[in-house]
Design a protein around this ligand. Structure first.
Ligand code: AMP
Length: 429
């Protein structure tokens, strides 16, 4: 089976292949034709099954063939449980739509950061909004968007949406959506409350169940190093030099992150380049060829872009930003230790990512002992007055509103945060 047989437009088939998706995964094979035909879908699929592309590709296909809505209108709404997933799904949408003939506007919205930039980016509407439910409602309250024209709704990781206590928000959002729409519902598990939610929003869905396949890692040594976010670039430089890594693939969560890390390495005299979906195909090819030829020592990539990197001899993989899921972790580290060679996978664990990494370890059924590297032990990192974290070069690491940790861990505002904000507002004349 190939992508060309699923009914997707030629441009999307080409884009899938450019991303290294040679053949559709089982969930894609089942979901893409059903979604293209306009059916609702209930997909029981794990992260790692390829479910994001399973809904993203047919949604982009539909968008290419439909008329745009008016200002403040949203055509496709993707609801996700966490900031981390919002960023990742938004990134996949952007990467897959980047080379399409018409521009597709993707806006990502999640809590825990200022709402203003998100409101600004919603001006003039958006083709696709990927959001966490709480922030989406805040944006509706601010009149930043209208949901009355949403043609397709995706609930991604529906079980986690409910686990995180979003049932009320979801009910509020569903009320604002037009009854006439396509709904796609993905969940890794299917307990009663998830089933109820699915019944409430799906109409005669096509049911897709993909069993979870255990994945096996070959001979890969895994290490994890505790480090502060702002010290990671310096630690990476240190390790590359100290341990004499001949070639390393470094994963960052966002395109911005890949550029920033590659830039810092480059400045330190290490031949490094960023690799992501915003680069032209020619530029991507050049990077790959230079990496294969040994002219580049380090490539810093996003998960999606890295799919196109096939390198037999890759001794080191670095998780500069942790992957969002245990399945992605397996995918990432599986790029090293191929063809019988042994590989090394190093994960940088910042203090606020400790719990996230523990979860990954738990899912893998293994513990990776944390190391401390002299001179890079985590300590207090006071943020600057403008909300940026100064990094080891004294540069602001990420502009306000952008997550310096690559936006892995989502956090909704707690009641306390909201109260504090309200109190602060009341205090300002
Ligand atoms: P997901 O389940 O959406 O989180 O996807 C897991 C990983 O599989 C991501 O890194 C995708 O880039 C990758 N992926 C998705 N579809 C395919 C495909 N058809 N072939 C190879 N990799 C894929």
């Amino acid at each position: 089976m190939s992508f060309a047989h699923l009914g997707l437009s030629a441009a999307l088939v080409r884009i899938a292949s450019d991303h290294g998706f040679e053949s559709p995964t089982p969930v894609q094979e089942a979901a893409i034709p059903a979604i293209l035909e306009g059916h609702d879908v209930l997909g029981l699929a794990q992260t790692g099954s390829g479910k994001t592309a399973a809904f993203a590709l047919p949604i982009l296909h539909h968008l290419l063939h439909e008329r745009r809505g008016g200002s403040r209108h949203v055509r496709v709404l993707v609801l996700v449980p966490t900031r981390e997933l919002a960023m990742q799904v938004g990134e996949v949408m952007r990467e897959l739509s980047h080379e399409l003939p018409g521009p597709i506007k993707v806006v990502t919205a999640f809590g825990g950061v200022s709402i203003n930039p998100q409101m600004m980016s919603l001006r003039g509407g958006a083709d696709i909004v990927v959001a966490t439910p709480g922030r989406l409602l805040d944006l509706v309250d601010h009149n930043a968007l209208r949901l009355s024209d949403v043609g397709a709704l995706v609930l991604d990781e529906a079980d986690r949406l409910l686990d995180m206590g979003f049932a009320e928000e979801l009910a509020d959002i569903l009320e604002m959506l037009p009854a006439q729409r396509q709904s796609l519902f993905f969940s890794a598990t299917f307990p009663d409350d998830v089933q109820e939610l699915a019944n409430a929003l799906l109409k005669e869905p096509v049911f897709i169940e993909i069993p979870d396949e255990p994945e096996h890692a070959p001979d890969i040594t895994q290490r994890s190093i505790k480090v502060d976010a702002a010290k990671r670039a310096q630690l990476l430089r240190h390790l590359i030099k100290q341990e004499g890594w001949s070639r390393a693939l470094v994963f960052a969560a966002t395109k911005y992150g890949t550029e920033l890390v590659a830039h810092k390495l480059h400045r330190a005299g290490i031949k490094a380049a960023a690799f992501h979906g915003d680069l032209s195909q020619g530029a991507r090819r050049e990077v790959l060829e230079a990496f294969k030829a040994g002219e580049l020592q380090v490539v810093v990539a996003t998960d999606v872009a890295a799919r196109g990197i096939h390198i037999a001899d890759l001794p080191v993989v670095v998780n500069f930003d942790l992957p969002r899921s245990s399945a992605d972790y397996v995918h990432r580290i599986g790029r090293t230790g191929r063809a019988g060679a042994s590989g090394l996978a190093v994960s940088f664990v910042t203090p606020d990512m400790e719990n996230h990494f523990r979860l990954i370890e738990k899912r893998q059924g293994q513990r990776v002992a944390r190391e401390l590297i002299e001179g890079f032990e985590p300590g207090d990192q006071p943020a600057g007055a403008d909300g940026t974290v100064p990094d080891d070069d004294g540069e602001a690491q990420a502009p306000k509103g952008l997550d310096p940790n690559g936006g892995i861990k989502g956090r909704r505002k707690s009641k306390k945060d909201k109260l504090r904000e309200a109190a602060a507002k009341a205090g300002t004349p």
